[in-house]
Structures are given as structure tokens and as C-alpha cells.
Ligand binder design. Structure first.
Ligand code: PLP
Length: 397
């Protein structure tokens, strides 16, 4: 066998993603791209902000000597300084460039952080529903996944987290604004989490880290805000990227930043920089580092996402679908109106509606719609949802 048994199993377990993508392509060929309502992918269709293109042009016209060379494994000093400045403002803590490592996206940052923290057999808590890649990333370094439920509104279930912590717990990954629910964890719940972590750290005489995965931190609606994790949790590490806020997922640019309040922070940062190197990333893409240095306070147009959320959310709730109104990110996570997730998936497909079943996030009984797609496709999909609701005998509100 050419591949390891472990990869063979993981491949089989994640083949549904590829299958969904292929089905979408097939349907688009038959019906045309405007008549297939593909809500499966988190790959934004919008372009990066104009200022990104201006910066790119500037750099191309006035190249900096040596700009394509290796740099420190942590990344460019000026990029990390620009990030540290914003983190210091948000948290009130003494961040500087030493607390930031540039990475190949949030996915790269998660792998770097987990590689740095984990000894084989140590446990990492993830919260249901979760971003499916967490399981593979934890497994990459011999970690053990511990799944913990959230409450009925998908907020932190502090008691459940407390019960799940034991002498092997090394970290908990949280993701706010959340993929797939759109929920933002409140400042109060983060304070309660910190209380539990402090008590457990004392009980087990070891540190427990909160890895806060925040690629959607700038995609928030109305007057919602994302509390700075650094203000609330001592042992906190943020992993994030510009895949969503600047619409640059293909460019693989992000960072990991660790709280200045962590004991032995210098050693932790040395570990992160070393792991960025030995995982073979070496450093984050040089050109992108230069560009995002000047874009730390920029984002794509959030009003466009809010308009898309409202279009879908209002129509689906009118049809009788039940869901939490997302505070951020670009996903809806409605309850499945019928018992059987597979039957729902197949019935939706009859109307050219493609969704991801909640089982993909460890949360059967729900489904995810990703609305980072063309507004026209969302508008065109609304009558198809009406027909689907009719077939399922749903009672409209
Ligand atoms: N974390 C979450 C919750 C995500 O939804 C994604 C991407 O969809 C990532 C991490 C990875 O993002 P990146 O492109 O920065 O690796």
C-alpha cells in the first residue's frame, strides 16, 4: 500500500467534501452555473479591497531589493510590529513584534501552535459543532481529540468544558465568530471559562492554553463585537488569517500571536518560530507579508455579507426553518426540519440546493449554508427553498 493506514482512513472519512464539490460541478454543467445553488464552500467570491490592489501595484512598480529572499522564520519585523500595534490597542497589553509569528494562513498557524504545544497523548478540547480540520491537525502531532458540546444557543457550555478537563488536557480550541454557527462568544462566558481554567490548572499543576481561531473576527454584524481573548484569558494564543477579512485565501497569509501574560512566553515564541521552520513552511509568503503590513485596519465590505445573511435568514425563517441569527462569519446553521439528514440532503439536491450536513461538523440534525457566494445565486435560490419547504410540508411563519 502506497499510503499509510491512517491517511487511508482519514481520506475515506473526508471524501464527502470532494464528493459534494464534484456533484456541484456536475449539476452546473447540466443546469448552468446560475441555476445551481451551491452553499457548500467557504471560498469567498468577493475580490480583495481596492487598497490591496493598489499596494500590490506599488510594490510591483517599486520593488524592494531582496524582497523575494528568506527572512527570519517569524516573518518581517515591520509586519509583526503592525499587527502587535493593533493587538495592543484591542487588549491593552504590551504586545510587540516578539509576540507575533507570520504563518501560512490560520490553518498553518494552528499546525504550528499544536506542534509546539503537544506531547503525544495530550488532549485538546474542541467544541461541537467544529471546523472539521481541527481533528486532523490535532492528530498530526499525536494529540487526542476531546469533543465537547456547546449549549442550545451554541454558546460555551462551561460545565461541560470543566468536566472534560483532566490531567492530560493541554489546550482548548475555540472559534468565534464561529464556523458553522455564526455565534460570537460573549465576554462574560470567556471570563467564566478563565475561572474554570485557573481552577483546573491549579488542580492538575499544569498550564492549559486557549487557542482562539479567529479568521472571521472582522466579519461581524450590527453592533456585535468580538471580545479580545487576550483581555479575558491569560494563556491565550490567537491564530488567524486574511483569508476571509481581505478575501485572500489562496495567498496563505496569517499569523499566530501569543499573550504577553503567558509564563515563559519567550520560550513559547521560540517554539512557534522553530515549528514554523521544521513543518516546512519556513516562513509565511514574503510578498503577502509586505502587503498586509499596511492593511491591518482594512477589510472587505461587511455590509455585503450582512445583506446576504439577511436575504437568506429572513426567507428561511419565514418558511419555518429554525436557526440562531448569525452575529458574524458567513454561514447559517439551521436545524434540519426532518429526522433524516441524508434524506434532507437528497431532497434539497432535487431543487439544485447543495448544503453540508451537520454531521460534517460533529453535529447531526443541522445543516450548513455558506453565503459567501454571488448575491444573484442567493436571490435565485429563494424560490427553490420555498419549493423545498413545501415538499417537506413545513409550516410557514
Ligand atoms: N478556521 C476556521 C474556523 C475556518 O473556517 C477556516 C477556513 O475556512 C480556517 C480556520 C482556515 O483558514 P485559512 O485559510 O486561514 O487557513
Amino acid at each position: 500500500m502506497a499510503i499509510s493506514k491512517k491517511i487511508e482512513v482519514n481520506l475515506a472519512n473526508s471524501s464527502f467534501i470532494r464528493k459534494m464539490f464534484e456533484e456541484g460541478e456536475q449539476l452546473r454543467k447540466i443546469y448552468g452555473p446560475d441555476k445551481v445553488y451551491d452553499f457548500t464552500l467557504g471560498n469567498p467570491v468577493n475580490e480583495p479591497p481596492e487598497i490591496f490592489k493598489q499596494e500590490l501595484k506599488k510594490l510591483a512598480e517599486h520593488p524592494i531589493p531582496g524582497m523575494h529572499r528568506y527572512m527570519s522564520n517569524a516573518g518581517y519585523s515591520e509586519t509583526r510590529q503592525a499587527i502587535a500595534e493593533v493587538l495592543a490597542e484591542q487588549s491593552g497589553l504590551a504586545f510587540n513584534e516578539q509576540h507575533v509569528v507570520m504563518t501560512a494562513g490560520a490553518g498553518g498557524a494552528l499546525n504550528v501552535v499544536l506542534k509546539t504545544l503537544l506531547d503525544p497523548g495530550e488532549e485538546v478540547i474542541i467544541l461541537i459543532p467544529y471546523f472539521v480540520e481541527y481533528k486532523f491537525y490535532i492528530d498530526n502531532f499525536g494529540g487526542v481529540v476531546k469533543e465537547v458540546a456547546t449549549n442550545k444557543d451554541f454558546q460555551l457550555d462551561i460545565d461541560a468544558i470543566s468536566e472534560a478537563i483532566n490531567e492530560k488536557t493541554k489546550a482548548i480550541i475555540i472559534n468565534s465568530p464561529n464556523n458553522p454557527t455564526g455565534v460570537i462568544y460573549s465576554a462574560e462566558s470567556l471570563d467564566k471559562l478563565e475561572q474554570v481554567l485557573k481552577a483546573k490548572e491549579k488542580q492538575f499543576s499544569r498550564e492549559i492554553y486557549v487557542i482562539s481561531d479567529e479568521p472571521y473576527a472582522k466579519i461581524v454584524y450590527e453592533d456585535n463585537t468580538v471580545p479580545s481573548i487576550f483581555k479575558h484569558i491569560q494563556n491565550s494564543i490567537v491564530v488567524t488569517s486574511h483569508s476571509k477579512d481581505l478575501a485572500l485565501p489562496g495567498e496563505r497569509i496569517g499569523y499566530a500571536a501569543a499573550s504577553p501574560r503567558i509564563n515563559n512566553i519567550d520560550l513559547l515564541m521560540d517554539g512557534l518560530v522553530f515549528c514554523n521552520r521544521i513543518l516546512g513552511f519556513v516562513n509565511a509568503p514574503a510578498l503577502m507579508q509586505r502587503l498586509v503590513t499596511h492593511l491591518q485596519r482594512e477589510s472587505v465590505n461587511i455590509a455585503e455579507y450582512q445583506e446576504k445573511r439577511d436575504l437568506l435568514y429572513n426567507h428561511l425563517t419565514d418558511l419555518g426553518f429554525k436557526m440562531i441569527k448569525p452575529q458574524g462569519a458567513f454561514y447559517l446553521f439551521p436545524k434540519n426540519p426532518i429526522e433524516d439528514d441524508n434524506k434532507f440532503l437528497e431532497t434539497a439536491k432535487k431543487y439544485n440546493i447543495l448544503i453540508v450536513p451537520g454531521g460534517g461538523f460533529g453535529c447531526p440534525g443541522y445543516f450548513r449554508l455558506s453565503y459567501c457566494i454571488d448575491k444573484k445565486i442567493i436571490v435565485n435560490s429563494l424560490p427553490a427553498f420555498t419549493d423545498l419547504a413545501k415538499e417537506l410540508g413545513m409550516k410557514t411563519n
